[in-house]
Design a protein around this ligand. Structure first.
Ligand code: SAH
Ligand code: F3S
Length: 481
């Protein structure tokens, strides 16, 4: 095992230097959700211990790993295109090995090796600790596949390497898998049953991040509100836990409190909340601790009860409104964002209008909107016909996007004239004279650099905006630093 001799912040990116010059070079890239990006940091950590160094340069790589997404057909097509690119590089560098990680690996398993001749290695999301053995197999000239889903793997014992990090914000995974079985969603099949990570290991990782100077962490899970630690094991087996395990279990609200109290200077975010699992105690915790960011990503997918039912989302439109009302009662300024699917099986024009009217009620700060993409193997694919014509899906999607844009603009305009605290994260993409950061509401703000630095909390007076960005000028440090 190669010892990491120096770990330091350099140009705001965490650079890891290692002793040996002649290490094998790993190029790793990620597609899809934040969980994939977080997993790639775990994978990089495992392979650094195996004598690899990471490289940003595909052409230099001895091993290329692509962490894939299966959520929509388009996501899979993007990955297939990348494989073509790797193939072109492999022609110049035939020794280069290519591995597929993540949800596509899990979904397609060894079929991948037949479909994509370039692939040497297929590794599902619960099998990353097998990577050292699998790479040996590949080195010896055999293809390697490992796609077994686990009951208890949370990678809690692995300290992730912060890839391309700004040294300010970091992802911390707290649950893996999902038990919700939304009928459109492939995640329960690719990431397996839900299990939670030991709170002590979560706190350990966060302590480490705080010591390294990180200012913001995002607690990650497919369904964070359903976090439940009772000593290990699947969430669905909790009913068989002992009385002691039940009495001492840690739920998401408890976890939030533990993190918020231990790290009053850290900003805490979490993602994603499924409305059916979000409870009042979580909202109360957010209201109580100023370091928990006032933003909830609360995907609803549709505003129609009939569609919600077919999607197996276990709440109604009315229950969702009640949740929104409760959030606004306790945290009046809380930002709320959405995910929406246009054109799910059997969606009528009236259902679509219900989605638009739900959006009018909430007036989300922002959202991620998609047209329905049938995924093989899901209940949706088996039970319902994908019967909304593609052009109709696209028309509905365009209406949803347009409405969201107008709501986003309303939300950003409301900040004009106000002073908001911004955590500086990076240089603005548009100007090297400006910083870009985010408010507690997850709104992006840009302003002149002056003498401020990345990682500082600055009060910014907002003077202008677009639907996605606040524009202002700094008026001094906030008390948070
Ligand atoms: N709980 C997860 C949701 C993962 S999928 C999370 O942490 O974000 C992210 C979003 O992709 C979903 O909320 C949904 O809006 C969208 N999505 C999932 N499956 C889809 C499909 N088959 N077609 C279109 N959009 C889909
Ligand atoms: Fe997918 Fe629904 Fe879980 S969207 S990740 S099955 S909460």
């Amino acid at each position: 095992m190669e010892k990491i001799i120096d770990e330091k912040l350099q140009g705001n990116a965490l650079i890891i230097e290692t002793k040996s010059e002649n290490k094998r070079k790993l190029f790793i890239e990620s597609y899809g959700c934040q969980m994939n990006f977080s997993d790639s940091e775990i994978v990089a950590s495992i392979l650094l211990n195996e004598g690899f160094n990471t490289t940003q340069n595909l052409e230099d790589a001895d091993l290329v790993l692509v962490n894939t997404c299966s959520i929509r057909d388009k996501a899979e097509q993007t990955v297939r295109k990348r494989l073509e690119k790797y193939n072109a590089v492999k022609r110049i560098n035939p020794k280069m090995k290519v591995g597929v990680l993540g949800c596509m690996a899990e979904r397609l398993k060894s079929k991948f090796l037949e479909e994509e001749k370039i692939v040497d290695l297929v590794v599902g999301p619960d099998a990353y600790k097998d990577l050292p053995n699998l790479i040996k197999e590949v080195d010896e000239g055999r293809d390697a596949v490992s796609v077994i889903l686990s009951k208890d793997e949370t990678y809690g014992d692995i300290s992730p390497v912060r890839l391309q990090s700004n040294g300010v914000s970091a992802l911390v995974s707290i649950t893996r898998g999902c038990d919700n079985m939304c009928t459109f969603c492939v995640v329960p099949f690719t990431r397996g049953r839900e299990r939670s990570r030991d709170p002590q290991s979560i706190l350990g990782e966060i302590n480490d991040l705080a010591e390294k100077g990180f200012k913001e962490i995002t607690l990650l899970g497919q369904n964070v509100d359903s976090y439940l630690w009772y000593g290990g094991g699947l969430k669905k087996d909790f009913k068989n836990a002992s009385e002691i395990e039940k009495a001492t279990a840690t739920n998401f609200a408890n976890l939030l409190r533990m993190v918020a109290e231990k790290h009053p200077k850290l900003r805490i975010r979490f993602s994603t909340s499924n409305p059916q699992d979000m409870t009042m105690d979580v909202i109360e915790m957010m209201a109580k601790y100023s370091n928990i960011c006032k933003h909830i990503h609360l995907p609803v997918q549709s505003g129609s009860n009939a569609v919600l039912e077919r999607m197996n989302r276990l709440h109604t439109r009315e229950e969702y409104f009640l949740l929104i009302d409760n959030i606004r009662k306790l945290i009046p300024d809380c930002a709320i964002s959405q995910d929406m699917i246009a054109g799910f099986c059997g969606e009528t024009e009236q259902d679509h209008q219900d989605t638009l009217s739900l959006m009018e009620y909430v007036k989300y700060d922002f959202g991620y909107m998609f047209s329905y993409s049938e995924r093989p193997g899901t209940l949706g694919a088996k039970k319902y016909e994908d019967d909304v014509p593609e052009d109709e899906k696209q028309r509905r999607l365009a209406e949803i996007v347009k409405l969201q844009r107008s709501h986003s603009l309303l939300r950003t305009q409301a900040y004009i004239g106000k002073t908001v605290e911004v955590l500086i994260e990076r240089e603005s993409k548009k100007s090297d004279q400006q910083w870009s950061g985010r408010t507690t509401y997850n709104a992006v703000a840009v302003f002149n650099k002056e003498d401020y630095n990345i990682g500082e909390f600055v009060n910014v007076e907002i003077t202008d905006c677009t639907s996605g960005t606040l524009i202002g000028f700094p008026v001094g440090y906030s008390g948070h630093n």
